[in-house]
Design a protein around this ligand. Structure first.
Ligand code: HH2
Length: 262
């Protein structure tokens, strides 16, 4: 198992599904980001809009007000990723120090996003999500979920390359919890290795997600064990980046897994 990089989550939102409101103040978010770096995060993913099912849409002005000071305050401390689907927010975050754009709409949310990313030469995370966060959990259905996610990621990679984004700067993410049932999420984790055929780095975000609660009834604050189990399996299957809230515990789990597996 090649040890994956850890992407620590810094949510500057009042309503994120697991930590909404905890780091809405910029200083608290910056302090939290610095702690995650101490804990072993190489990348920090700063977000100002929740993507949980049914979350309220946030204006670009509000999102910018939330994330810009946090990105600026963390610049130089880690590789910074901006979790947004709005080009104006991505642009300001890049100016402030972000070098990765993590767009859960895979460049479908804002017609300006692909050209911005191409011009700025940033790394782009393309994630699978059917529809949008408001509709994605309405009875999701697939023939073979892994094959369909793979085909979607191929299509979005082609669109990104056509828009001028260097293929070498594209990372792919199956979108755990985005428009998927429990069985879909489990299949994507179990068969993550099949996405390696796409030849690009894989990002996996299983942290605290509701599929864990569907396995054992745990509430959102009680999902650390499930987060670690699913993320270690993703790492063994070939994940290159794990997007997690609990970086210290995840880092230890990976150190021990690597020691055991050799
Ligand atoms: N998951 C969330 C948000 N952004 N980005 C990628 N690439 N992959 C993910 O799995 C992913 C993501 C949801 O988690 P969180 O940020 O904690 O919650 P919220 O969207 O409610 O802020």
């Amino acid at each position: 198992m090649a040890p994956p990089q850890l992407m620590g989550v810094v949510n500057v939102t009042p309503d994120s599904f697991s930590d909404g409101g905890e780091y809405l103040d910029a200083d608290a978010a910056i302090r939290h980001g610095l702690e995650l770096v101490e804990d072993g995060a190489e990348i920090l993913d700063v977000g100002g809009e929740s993507t949980r099912p049914g979350a309220e849409e946030v204006s670009a002005e509000e999102e910018l007000k939330r994330v810009r000071p946090v990105v600026a305050g963390l610049a130089g401390k880690a590789t910074l990723s901006i979790d947004t689907s709005k080009a104006t927010v991505a642009e300001a975050a890049i100016e402030a120090g972000a070098s990765i754009v993590n767009d859960v709409t895979a460049l479908r949310g804002d017609p300006e996003m692909a050209s911005l990313c191409a011009e700025r030469g940033v790394t782009v995370v393309l994630m699978h999500m059917p529809g949008n966060p408001r509709t994605m959990q309405d009875d999701p259905r697939y023939g073979d979920v892994v094959d369909e996610v793979k085909a979607f990621l191929v299509e979005r990679t082609t669109a990104a390359v056509v828009a001028g984004i260097d293929e070498q700067r594209i990372w792919l993410d199956p979108g755990i919890g985005f428009g998927k049932t429990l069985e879909h999420n489990l299949a994507l984790l179990r068969r993550l290795g099949e996405l390696r055929e796409l030849g690009r780095p894989l990002v996996v975000g299983a942290s605290r997600k509701s599929f864990i609660g569907k396995v054992d009834g745990s509430a959102v604050g009680e999902r650390l064990g499930g987060t670690i189990a699913s993320s270690v399996i993703a790492a063994v299957e070939g994940a290159d980046v794990l997007r997690v809230h609990d970086v210290a515990e995840m880092a230890q789990a990976l150190r021990v897994s690597a020691a055991v597996l050799g």
